[in-house]
Design a protein around this ligand. Structure first.
Ligand code: NZQ
Ligand code: ZN
Length: 390
């Protein structure tokens, strides 16, 4: 196991009714709030009114930035920074999913920077500080509620990039599983696929001796498989929603990658799909994952797939190694299908003629280097994976 520094600073208030802490939590950090949200789901489920009433009851002044899109755009970040500067705001409350939270993190960091916030994404500037931020999560997926990362899109340059800094980690997150009951089935499924993909990115590494981290990862994967299906079929099953929500936070907050040499690859490939086509992140991941698994499976990596097949899918350890690996990959694909996710790039509207451009962008965005490290992937590899997924 490699050396590591453990720091997961976000306070979590988990469970039904935890919104009761909201007023006191905000008052620990600020006096004037920017309330951020997406396209209206929080209004439909009554959460917007609940939050506004709490702010008013606590005498907390606020401004709003609504309409943040899925795959949040840099323009919303610019708009948020402007509102904050014009209104002397000192705290951001993000109510929604990864898109709202990521946009809010970028606003929080951008406030302290005099240039254009896109500079952070293209590494022209580094984050030095961020305004304090709290979240109320409404979809279990990205883990943004407990990590320091923001993923922002720029439609003008057709790029979707990420950046992060410890100051961007939420000060607190309220995780009430009942807020996720209203999710449409496709978003529930995409969220589960995203959580599983974060776990895979951390799990599939070679010989790093991080035994404990990998058992945590398998626990998260088993949780997604068991409860993902239940949440998909019974949207208001509290136990299922609660387990998926907690899995979301732990898949990406650092726990699974500490002590390991982790470098993600399927996410790098997916971000080009959503940069070019604005598709749902988790859907892109679910399409690419089994294809990536088949592509990287070889003698050096087969034992890791055996570990996955035996420990996660309970496949008989006495079978041939490659048989176990292939069965595990088939089961992964079947699981995604069983929760209604389309399994080809064609089905989500991607045009074949763009595959080369996306593969080029994918490797360009990693500075021309190969992506991943379980198996290094260059332009030709990425293109092959896109083609096989088509
Ligand atoms: O906009 P509203 O009306 O709120 O609707 C949203 C949106 O249409 C809807 N929704 C959310 N909660 C709901 C609900 N509908 C009904 N009831 C509810 N309770 O769901 C749709 C998707 O929301 P979004 O926030 O986009 O989903 P998600 O949380 O999956 O976020 C995706 C974004 O996060 C990035 C992705 O790339 C994508 O841009 N990621 C962020 C990461 C991070 N910060 O660490 C890591 C991830 O790998 C990922 O890249
Ligand atoms: Zn993801």
């Amino acid at each position: 196991m490699k050396n590591f520094y453990y720091s997961i600073p976000t306070e979590i208030f988990f469970g039904k009714g935890q919104i009761k802490v909201l007023g006191d939590q905000i008052k620990k950090y600020g006096t004037k709030v920017l309330l951020t949200y997406g396209g209206g789901s929080i209004k439909r489920i009554g959460l917007y009114d609940e939050v506004v009433n709490i702010l008013k009851d606590n005498g907390i002044e606020f401004r709003e930035l609504g309409g943040i899109d899925p795959n949040p755009k840099i323009d919303s970040v610019r708009e948020g920074i402007k509102i904050i500067r014009e209104n002397d705001i000192d705290f951001i409350l993000a109510v929604g999913g990864g898109s709202v939270i990521d946009c809010s993190k970028a606003i929080a960091a951008g406030y302290y920077y005099q240039g254009d916030p896109w500079d952070f994404l293209i590494r022209k500037a580094n984050v030095e500080n961020a305004l304090p931020l709290g979240t109320i999560l409404t979809i279990a997926a990205t883990g943004s509620e407990m990590d320091r990362i923001a993923v922002i899109s720029n439609p003008e340059t057709r790029q979707k990039l990420s950046f992060g800094h410890i100051s961007m980690a939420p000060k607190f997150s309220i995780l009430d599983p009942t807020y996720t009951f209203s999710l449409p089935k496709n978003q529930t499924a995409a969220g589960v696929a995203d959580i599983m993909s974060h776990t895979f990115e951390n799990y599939f590494t070679l010989n790093d001796g991080a035994y404990l981290q990998d058992r945590f990862a398998e626990g998260i994967l088993k949780t997604c498989i068991k409860y993902g299906k239940i949440a998909f079929e019974e949207p208001d099953n509290y136990e299922a929603r609660a387990n998926i929500m907690w899995a979301s936070s732990w898949a990406i907050n650092g726990l699974l990658s500490y002590g390991k040499d982790v470098k993600w690859s399927v996410h790098a490939m997916e971000h080009e799909l959503s940069a070019f086509y604005d598709i749902t992140h988790g859907v892109g991941l679910a399409i690419l994952t089994p294809v990536w698994m088949e592509y990287v499976l070889d003698d050096e990596r087969v034992d890791k797939f055996v570990e996955y097949g035996v420990n996660v899918w309970d496949i008989d350890r006495n079978k041939d190694k490659y048989e176990i690996a292939r069965l595990a990959i088939d089961k992964t694909r079947d699981f995604f299908k069983s929760i209604g996710i389309p399994m080809s790039l064609r089905e989500v509207g991607i045009k074949e003629e763009d595959l080369e451009k996306m593969a080029k962008a994918c490797t360009d965005n990693s500075g021309g280097n190969k992506i991943g490290n379980f198996k290094l992937l260059g332009y030709e590899d990425v293109l092959s994976i896109y083609r096989k997924a088509y």
